[in-house]
Design a protein around this ligand. Structure first.
Ligand code: PMP
Length: 360
């Protein structure tokens, strides 16, 4: 059996080995039923039971209040960029967006097709290395909502406090959800693609205050309509049943490990290990303001970018995979999602130190 290597991919990301082992054991025959989970009707009590169990476990993990709907959808976070305005406001209605980087801009560009978008503030001037001070945001009282990205996966910029605003907060939590405890009641809508901390690609999670349902414009496609999804128990059409099954196993794994408070402790230690190594070296650097450095995505550059190729090649050979930064920013990025253990971070830091010694 080949050893599993250290995987720092930004997404699809590492999954817990225990989850993959369970999936392997269940592959041909799920719970003695004589067929795999993938081959069952989504209307069967088995599949409905797993999906309901996944929702209950997620509600416990995040302490989701009863007046929030939990929806399992498809199309990735990118589909929600359109679904958000289509579900929340009429055509041409004012909506506010904060711009802290690549994924903020994607959400803004899509919303501009469907609503009157105002960017309340942007950190473009700092090359997206900080969060604009709240006092500088130009919010509108009549905005349908304020959208932001609590963790910019590419820039490595994370919010550690929810913005104070007078309209519903809508958050793209793709790369931060389930990495630490969260007060769901502060949000109108939370959405996330699954392929970081939730499960495999192909599943999208939406958590929406029920007060915000029932507002979709009549031109909203049924498949994007949160109310239709909610009324149909996330089974308006055939859901991605295998991705749901794996997500259910991930949620069980998180709960068995002590839940999100325990996960947060582990994640803070992992990120601390890597940022300390970067800050203690003149060879590596991270440009992000210390108070908003992401726990999940750590971009860093070498003082000599001419060594980038060699760094990546040697890291790969040492079993440290997927460290190449996003094509838009270059350099390196280590993503430290829940299934990446401290031992992987320790191995990365040891490699970085060794590489620096050999190149200096
Ligand atoms: N938002 C954020 C913050 C992301 O990190 C990503 C994917 N990396 C997306 C949106 C797009 O997600 P998807 O590929 O699921 O559409």
């Amino acid at each position: 059996l080949m050893a599993r290597l250290h995987n720092f991919c930004a997404g699809p990301a590492a999954l817990p080995a225990a989850v993959l082992e369970q999936a392997r054991d269940d592959m041909l025959e799920w719970h003695g039923r004589g067929l795999s989970f993938m081959e069952m009707s989504h209307r069967s009590p088995e599949v409905v039971g797993v999906v309901e169990g996944a929702e209950s476990c997620l509600r416990r993990l995040l302490d989701i209040p009863d007046d929030y709907a939990v929806l399992f959808l498809q199309g990735g976070a990118s589909t929600q960029f359109a679904a958000v305005p289509l579900n929340l406001v009429p055509p041409h209605a004012p909506v506010d967006y904060l711009d802290t980087g690549h994924w903020s801009l994607k959400a803004i560009a899509e919303a501009q097709r469907f609503a009157d978008v105002q960017v309340v503030a942007s950190s473009a001037a700092s090359r997206y290395t900080d969060i604009p001070a709240r006092s500088t945001w130009r919010c509108r009282d009549n905005a349908g909502y304020l959208h932001y990205c609590p963790n910019e996966t590419i820039g490595g910029v994370e919010f550690f406090a929810e913005p104070e605003v007078d309209v519903p907060l809508v958050a793209d939590m793709s790369s931060t959800l389930l990495s630490r405890s969260l007060d769901v009641s502060r949000f109108g809508v939370i959405y996330a693609g699954a392929q970081k901390n939730i499960g495999p690609a192909g599943l999208t999670l939406v958590i929406a205050h029920r007060e915000l349902l029932g507002r979709a414009r009549h031109t909203c496609p049924s498949m994007l309509d949160w109310t239709i999804a909610s009324d149909n128990g996330s089974m308006y059409n055939t859901p991605p049943t295998f991705a749901l099954y794996l997500a259910a196993l991930v949620f069980d794994w998180l709960e068995a490990g002590g839940g999100l408070a325990a996960m947060e402790t582990v994640n803070r230690r992992k990120a601390g290990t890597l940022y300390t190594a970067i800050d203690n070296s003149a060879f590596y650097s991270n440009p992000v303001a210390p108070e908003c450095r992401s726990l999940m995505n750590v971009p860093f550059v070498l003082a000599d970018a001419g060594l980038d190729g060699r760094f990546l090649e040697e890291a790969s050979a040492a079993g440290l995979l997927n460290l190449k930064g996003h094509r838009s920013v270059g350099g390196m990025r280590a993503s430290l999602y829940n299934a990446v253990p401290q031992a992987s971070v320790d191995a990365l830091v040891a490699f970085m130190h060794d590489f620096e010694q050999r190149c200096s």
